[in-house]
Design a protein around this ligand. Structure first.
Ligand code: NAD
Length: 428
């Protein structure tokens, strides 16, 4: 979240709305409106030139009634305590809707990581752990990479924690590289998870996947595997994908008369999800500047790039044939877009259900770390499919039973599960 919006106020407002729908006891609601524990701390780091710099760090543990807290650590120059609070709160709901036995956490450091050398980044990561190690752990709170942090950083952090506790403890951080305690299937997890929920929505709506066409925004990790899943698992066609071009400072939509071939596009895409324009043109792709992806003839829209792009202005441009909007990105659709979907009978798969494949596979990673026994990619993806399908079904059932929109239903399922766990433990 950026600009003037206070993300935590927004998270609380969303929660208040659903608490009302659920007729939640106001005293119980008061517990869930706030994080259970919050850490704000300073991390002194020796810089390469010998000077000492002090960084502001955060960790917020929103609610761990259902299990250890889970959530990324962001390194971002405009990180604030309230952003971390909001993101931790949303993690509680995401883990609960996916029905994984974890709570909600988030962490951060106020820093632009691109201004640090590799050795400075390593000292900052180790410094974060030196402050927090007594309050994180496989049974307490399991951080992961997020904006500005990488698998390598998780490796350093896991190593520092292991040194401090005196034993190899890979399950304290997830998002580690393969061979360093990471899980097979993590790369595919979020995009494939999106497609498992699209498949279930199609079953419910009686839509034939083989005659379906998707328009996808983005071509980063989530969009790439959503496109592969849509063509290879469902047998549908992908009309277009899009990406941000750093050199031209604009976005482009890539389409092809026969539908795009995501496996081919992957071979000409860099690590930031930017497609090589020239190679795409040479292969017969059509390039259009701006947000044309949203106007393409399709029955499934998958915004999988960035927040807020399906909004009051753009939503009116979507094709009349769109029946499903699957939110691969976090927060891609604004409340105005939601109103349009409701008025036009468009089925929405809300972000914290649709893209929960990532955190679910992170959970699988820590389970494998705990057992010190690793599953094959097929096993991971099979387990992921089962979890995502069950999560989708629970939200759909709630939506039909309470006659509410899918986003409200997802919140209702999540909050209900957390409240039950608190009651079972005698907290409320
Ligand atoms: P990524 O950085 O790998 O890819 C982002 C893609 O979006 C790139 O192709 C980029 O070019 C494109 N993009 C950026 N700005 C754009 C614009 N203005 N117009 C068109 N395209 C644009 O990111 P990702 O990991 O694929 O994540 C995408 C979204 O999904 C984010 O909202 C992220 O928070 C969310 N998400 C990701 C995961 C995960 O496991 N990767 C899990 C849950 C949620």
């Amino acid at each position: 979240m950026t600009g003037q919006i206070n993300a935590f106020e927004m998270a609380q407002r969303q929660f208040d709305g659903v608490a009302k729908l659920l007729n939640l006891d106001p005293q119980i609601a008061e517990v869930l409106r706030w994080p259970m524990r919050e850490y704000s701390f300073r991390i002194p780091v020796r810089m390469d030139d010998g000077s000492l710099r002090v960084f502001q760090g955060y960790r917020v543990q929103h609610n761990d009634a259902r299990g250890p807290n889970k959530g990324g650590i962001r390194f971002h120059p405009s990180e604030t305590f309230d952003t971390v609070r909001a993101l931790a709160t949303w993690m509680t709901w995401k883990c609960a809707v996916a029905d994984i036995p974890l709570g909600g956490g988030k962490g951060g450091v106020v820093v632009d990581p691109s201004t640090l050398s590799t050795t400075e980044k390593e000292r900052l990561c180790r410094g974060w752990v030196q402050v927090m190690w007594k309050n994180i752990g496989p049974r307490l709170d399991v951080p992961a990479p997020d904006v500005g942090t990488t698998a390598q950083m998780m490796g350093w952090m896991m190593d520092e924690y292991s040194k401090l506790v005196g034993e190899y403890t890979p399950g304290v951080f997830t998002g580690k590289p393969l061979g360093g305690g990471g899980s097979e299937g993590r790369t595919e997890a979020t995009g494939f998870g999106v497609i498992y929920t699209v498949r279930e929505a199609m079953k419910f709506l009686n839509i034939d996947p083989k005659n379906s066409v998707a328009a996808i925004e983005g071509f980063g990790n989530v969009a790439q595997y959503a496109a592969i899943g849509f063509t290879e698992m469902l047998g549908g066609k992908v009309a277009c994908v899009s990406c941000w071009d750093r050199n031209d400072k604009t976005s482009y939509t890539y389409s092809h008369k026969d539908g795009v071939n995501p496996r081919f596009l992957l071979t000409i895409t860099d690590q930031y999800g930017t497609i090589d324009k020239k190679k795409a043109l040479d292969a017969g792709y059509i390039l259009e500047e701006g947000d044309k992806w949203i106007e393409k003839e399709a029955n499934v829209l998958i915004p999988a790039a960035i927040e807020g792009h399906v909004n009051a202005d753009t939503v009116k441009k979507i094709s009349k044939s769109v029946k499903i909007v699957a939110e691969g990105a976090n927060g891609p659709c604004t409340p105005e877009a939601d109103e349009y979907f409701k008025a036009n009978g468009i089925f929405n798969i809300p972000d914290f259900l649709c893209n929960a494949g990532g955190v679910t596979t992170s959970y699988f990673e820590s389970v494998q770390n705990d057992m010190n026994f690793y599953w094959t990619k097929e096993e991971v993806l099979q387990k992921l499919d089962t979890k995502m399908t069950q999560a989708f079904q629970a939200v759909l059932d709630m939506s039909l039973k309470e006659k509410v929109y899918m986003r409200d239903a997802a919140y209702m399922v999540a909050i209900d599960r957390v409240v039950k766990a608190m009651q079972l433990r005698g907290w409320v």
